[in-house]
Design a protein around this ligand. Structure first.
Ligand code: ZN
Ligand code: ZN
Ligand code: FE
Length: 758
């Protein structure tokens, strides 16, 4: 029997070759009708034999194009129209926008083959792409995803490209960024005075990189600063000019073979490195490696990524084991995307500029992650992943969550989809704040979300909080930092309603008592939380300065144990820190001058690192703790924390730990062993508290969140020992455990509060 049905398909169905796929599929089942992009997704009508239609609908989900993601297919039967053919119609814009936009993904194998095929008309063309690959989110400023709404609108396709674009049997059918040498974007090489270099831009760039020059290279989501990763002098020069003296630099190699010459890869790491998202993966370095020591001086790891744009593949023909590919910015500012902006901001860093004329409309840094306990853990979720939503198990009102301060992201929530933004950065300068505002505007537009609620962190000094409080006409909801951490973990694990024990461990977050929290064991049930235990409060002498200068934290932790005896101790920091300064800090603590209280576990790691003389002043966030983890050795023994359970919240007291560390230092126990005993002690006390809480409450689900869980040892050991004790353990994977995940938790808690109020 003949039938006609209408179907609306939602998900990532635009810009991924969906309509030609439907066209071919409809033809193969002898169906007439049409398909079009709409603001809702893809809409189609097919007419034919009943069984063909049923087989066709089934095949859609099974055979869909590689980058497509279907979230729903709604069908209805409509009257027959007795058509003969199947058509692809042009886009409509009248419906409510519910379509998802694809993230940017790496060049596909078909395009790669063509690019290196001397007979192909795109031989060595650095902007080759097709419906299965290429730029997406970074070139869009509105939807539907049509060329007119992308930065490709200024390039008029040549007849040959146009023919591919209109041919449903071509891989480039409606590939919006379709282009070739004749009609598409081009490369230009300039020196730092912005004079055009009249040579083949790629060959000349390779030559310059081989000679040790620093080249700013315009990429997919921003500029990179590139330099030969085996040239120690060149790497040092880049560090100096970029004011990034110690933080690890990411490097890019041509293929896995090259990576294996300096790194040890597990099978999980290999599949991540080669995934279409192409994140930076932090992997263990091979001791006999060929890369410059100053790539990552603080750790035994190295952040690696494989080429993801056609241009990267062309540049990797050069004679170097790897290229440093660090974001093109000055220390903590956002990554440059615009040519003029790059020339202005990077002229004192780069010697040359390799730019192109396809505008980047959305900034998107490289994503970063590592494998811990067999699972990928994103530390920075950006290019390749954004703007894919996190799907929740419940639907909410429209909400904007503003995130925290460090590693800021924002989150827009609509129904059961939480759109976590790309990495924005530390909200401490005007450039980053204006990027924050841009991201909010842009996401609101392309997702058509007008938030009814704005959620913010309780810290009164965060710029994101101040920004939120200025907004009129919406409901404002403040969310406690560590509650948000735990909810972010629960949302990612799709269990937002169950009561859980939340281990929220980080450096600093504003507490409901006005002190700085960060060593928190919380009981969380949806929108409610109770602080059941925490690390004892210690003063931060000088506030933020104590975070930048871990030696101050060392004095802070020594004070209650030793009092005035501090000055008689022979400390590892005595040589580097003038006695006068130690006396000042001592007096500040003693007289309680500018000493906010902190229960941050990150601060205790800082203090131990400083006591061992490992790091007294940090150059980037969490550096002292990272170095302490790097020197860690496996030990049988551990230090013992005291637990005071006389009243709630219980106090975890590290006094005895500090005392033992000083004794061990005196006995010349190696720093690696002390670090090992300390790490183990932290795991043991947390395990003990969890078991006691379980005894008391009968809750056996645990969520792990907060920056401390970026420490691979702590994450792995906690997961394993808690599972051994019969707990259901939730940890992060797709959402960062650090403050980049906060906005997701804020959004969900605000949603739960709103649902309850209604
Ligand atoms: Zn392709
Ligand atoms: Zn062309
Ligand atoms: Fe935090």
């Amino acid at each position: 029997m003949k039938k006609r049905i209408k179907a609306v398909i939602r998900g990532i169905v635009q810009g991924v070759g969906f309509r030609p796929f439907i066209y071919r599929l409809a033809n193969s089942y002898h169906l007439a009708g049409h398909v079009s992009n709409t603001s809702a997704g893809v809409e189609l009508e097919v007419e034919g034999e009943d069984e063909d239609i049923r087989a066709f609908l089934k095949a859609i989900s099974v055979e869909k194009p590689p980058l497509a993601l279907i979230t729903s297919i709604n069908t209805e039967t409509i009257p027959l129209q007795h058509e003969k053919d199947f058509f692809i119609l042009s886009s409509q814009t009248n419906l409510q926008r519910q379509t998802l936009i694809s993230p940017d993904i790496c060049i596909c194998n078909d395009c790669l083959k063509e690019m290196f095929d001397t007979k192909d008309r795109r031989y060595l063309y650095p902007f080759i792409n097709c419906t299965n690959c290429g730029p997406r989110y970074t070139i869009i400023d509105d939807i539907p995803y049509d060329r007119i709404n992308t930065s490709m609108r200024k390039f008029k396709m040549c007849p040959e490209c146009e023919r591919e674009y209109n041919d449903p049997n071509n891989r480039r059918f409606h590939a919006e960024p379709n282009a070739c040498e004749t009609c598409g974007p081009r490369l230009f090489l300039y020196n730092e005075k912005r004079n055009l270099i009249d040579k083949h831009p790629i060959r000349e760039t390779i030559r310059l990189l081989e000679k040790g020059y620093i080249v700013a290279i315009k990429g997919l989501g921003g500029f990179h600063l590139a330099v030969d990763a085996s040239n120690e002098k060149a790497v040092k020069r880049l560090r100096k000019r970029k004011h990034r003296e110690e933080k690890p630099l990411a490097i890019m190699s041509k293929d896995l073979e090259k990576v294996k010459s300096y790194a040890v890869l597990s099978s999980e790491e290999i599949s991540l490195l080669t995934s279409p998202q192409r994140p930076i993966v932090i992997v263990p370095r091979n001791p006999s490696h060929s890369i410059a020591p100053s790539i990552a001086p603080d750790t035994n790891d190295v952040g690696v990524l494989l080429p993801y744009t056609p241009l990267h593949y062309l540049l990797m023909k050069g004679n170097f084991p790897a290229l440093v590919m660090t974001s093109g910015n000055l220390s903590e500012e956002p990554i440059c995307i615009d040519n003029d902006e790059a020339f202005n901001r990077l002229k004192h860093i780069a010697d040359y500029f390799l730019v192109h004329n396809r505008d980047i409309l959305q900034r998107s840094d490289d994503s970063v992650g590592k494998v811990v306990n067999g699972k990928f853990r994103l530390i920075r979720r950006s290019r390749g992943y954004v703007p894919l939503p996190i799907f929740l198990e419940h639907s909410f009102s429209t909400i904007l969550a503003c995130g925290a301060e460090e590693k800021n992201t924002v989150c827009l929530l609509k129904e059961n989809q939480a759109f976590l933004s790309q990495h924005i950065g530390d909200l401490e300068n005007l450039e980053t704040l204006s990027f924050f505002e841009h991201v909010i505007c842009h996401l609101k537009r392309i997702l058509e979300i007008e938030p009814r609620i704005i959620a913010y962190d309780l810290h009164p000094e965060y710029l994101s909080t101040k920004w939120a409080k200025e907004i009129k006409g919406v409901k404002l909801i403040g969310i406690q930092h560590h509650h948000a951490h735990i909810m972010s973990c629960l949302a990612e694990n799709r269990d937002i309603f169950s009561p859980v024990i939340g281990l929220a461990l980080d450096g600093t977050g504003y507490g409901t008592d006005g002190h700085l929290w960060g060593g928190e064991i919380l009981l969380v049930k949806g929108k409610e939380f109770q602080r059941i235990a925490h690390l004892s409060y210690y003063p931060l002498p000088g506030g933020n300065k104590a975070i930048k200068e871990p030696w101050r934290m060392a004095i802070s932790y020594l004070y209650p144990v030793f009092g005035e005896e501090i000055f008689k101790l022979s400390l590892n920091l005595n040589e580097a820190i003038p006695k006068k300064h130690i006396q000042w800090i001592y007096q500040m603590i003693k007289n309680n001058i500018n000493c906010p209280l902190s229960s941050g576990l990150g601060r205790l790691f800082d203090a131990v690192s400083a006591l061992l003389g490992i790091k007294l002043e940090i150059a980037y966030s969490a550096q002292a703790a990272i170095l302490l983890e790097t020197v860690r050795e496996d030990t049988k023994d551990s230090y013992l924390f005291n637990l005071n359970t006389s009243s709630i919240p219980w106090q975890i007291d590290p006094r005895l730990v500090i005392k033992k560390i000083i004794e061990d230092i005196k006995d010349q126990v190696p720093p690696g062993v002390i670090s090992g005993k300390f790490h183990k002690g932290v795991v043991n006390i947390l395990e003990k508290v969890c078991l006691l809480v379980k005894e008391k409450t009968d809750i056996n689900k645990i969520a792990l969140s907060g920056g401390v869980f970026q420490n691979s040892y702590i994450l792995k050991e906690m997961e394993n020992c808690l599972k051994k004790n019969g707990f259901v353990v939730y940890s992060h994977s797709q959402v960062p455990t650090n403050d980049a995940g906060i906005s997701l938790g804020q959004a969900v808690i605000a949603g739960l509060i709103e649902t309850n109020d209604r």
